[in-house]
Design a protein around this ligand. Structure first.
Ligand code: UT7
Length: 352
């Protein structure tokens, strides 16, 4: 019988420190009105001093494992572009902290598409019989790589983690991933980058300029690509799955900008209400964005068992991708409050 990767558990976590638009307007040349009207973001969470991507990943993973009723998995795939260290990958330490023994664990770097790429990787391991269960995590602490004075990036990004447990199952059961579509365009790699810190800059032998150690994004060009590529990818995934666009109940896209979600809906001639969103309180959480949006919209009751849903991501690289599933029955812990809360939180404090 054909093996499918089935979503069997889901969890999300955000750090406790809330950063409002008004707090940012105190230290940057921006306003709450500009941020809300241009992005839909009202507030976001940022890590406290000492807290890292690995901490976000561990918290989200604990919730996903609990949601799946599992204590162990056969492999861990962590999507992140803000790893705890440049080397080694963050995933092995996350796996160790979760008590997962010698399970293979590695990072996938596809920026905001990372979670979809990681899902594809985990699903591929299951399809090959290399694993019967895979923990797929998306986590980023982008607040740590933004230039303190860059209003164009600092207002957009939030920190968080999200995770799913995939298990081997049948293609016909709820939760089975289908219709995967992935793509990239490296000719536009400069649109989203951290210029320094990699081998290209280090091999010059010259010290990195401070401004090159931070994340940069050419917002307008990225915006246009995000709308085009996510719309195309959703169409491709729907076609591969054998669904008409109209019969899809919910779209959970990368939460980069509320206007991008509306523009994709318009491009696909679909009602914008079907494009679920948590961007108002989360901001753009990079690789965590899709699983966090899943956790938040399951908690709010917007995403329900039996919904035909398409997940789609877009990000640096450029990269994009999407995948379809019928949403399964899952017990999901609330993202913010639960018995798990703040077990690895660092000291509370202002991080603005
Ligand atoms: O997650 C990976 C993928 N990322 C994305 O998909 C992000 C895509 N891009 C976007 O969401 C939007 O381009 C942004 C939200 C980043 C920017 O919005 P925009 O409507 O494209 O603004 P803009 O870059 O065209 O800037 C318009 C004006 C500029 O001023 P001038 O040149 O018109 O005087 C900016 O300097 O807004 C200014 N501006 C700001 N003003 C107040 C830029 N950032 C801010 C700010 N507050 N925070």
């Amino acid at each position: 019988m054909e093996r499918a990767a089935v979503v069997a558990g889901l969890g999300g976590w955000v750090p406790p420190t809330v950063v409002t638009n008004d707090q940012l307007a105190e230290v940057l040349d921006t306003t709450d009105e500009w941020i809300r009207s241009r992005t839909g973001i009202r507030e976001r969470r940022w890590v406290s001093p000492g807290q890292s991507t690995g901490d976000l990943a561990v918290e989200a993973a604990r919730r996903a494992l609990s949601s799946a009723g599992e204590e162990a998995v056969d492999a861990v795939v962590l999507a992140t572009s803000s790893p705890d260290r440049l080397c080694p990958a963050t995933a092995p330490e996350v796996a160790a902290r979760l008590g997962l023994g010698a399970a293979p664990a590695f990072d996938v770097a596809a920026v905001c598409t990372g979670f979809v790429y990681a899902l594809a990787t985990g699903a591929g391991m299951i399809a090959l019989g290399a694993a019967d269960s895979v923990l797929v995590v998306g986590a980023d602490a982008f607040s740590t790589i933004l230039a303190p004075d860059d209003r164009s990036t600092r207002v957009i990004f939030g920190d968080g983690g999200g995770a799913v447990v995939l298990r081997a199952g049948s293609p016909s059961e709820p939760g089975a991933l289908t219709g995967l579509n992935l793509g990239s365009d490296g000719t536009l790699s400069d649109l989203i980058e951290v210029p320094a810190g990699g081998s290209r800059q280090r091999s010059t032998g010259l010290p990195a300029k401070t401004e090159d150690t931070y994340f940069t994004m050419q917002g307008q060009a990225v915006y246009a690509q995000a709308v085009r590529r996510m719309a195309e990818s959703v169409r491709e995934t729907a076609a591969r799955t054998g669904w008409s666009l109209d019969e899809i109940d919910s779209f959970v896209l990368h939460q980069a900008n509320a206007r991008i979600l509306t523009a994709v809906a318009r491009r696909l001639s679909l009602p914008p209400e079907r494009f679920l969103s948590n961007i108002g309180t989360r901001g753009n959480t990079v690789a965590a964005s899709i699983p966090l949006a899943l956790a938040d919209t399951v908690a709010s009751g917007e995403l329900r068992p039996g919904h035909k849903v398409v997940l789609a991501g877009f990000g640096g690289g450029l990269t994009w991708g999407s995948v379809a599933l019928v949403w399964p029955h899952l017990a999901v812990h609330p993202t913010e409050l639960s018995e798990f809360a703040a077990t690895s939180a660092g000291p509370a404090g202002s991080t603005v």
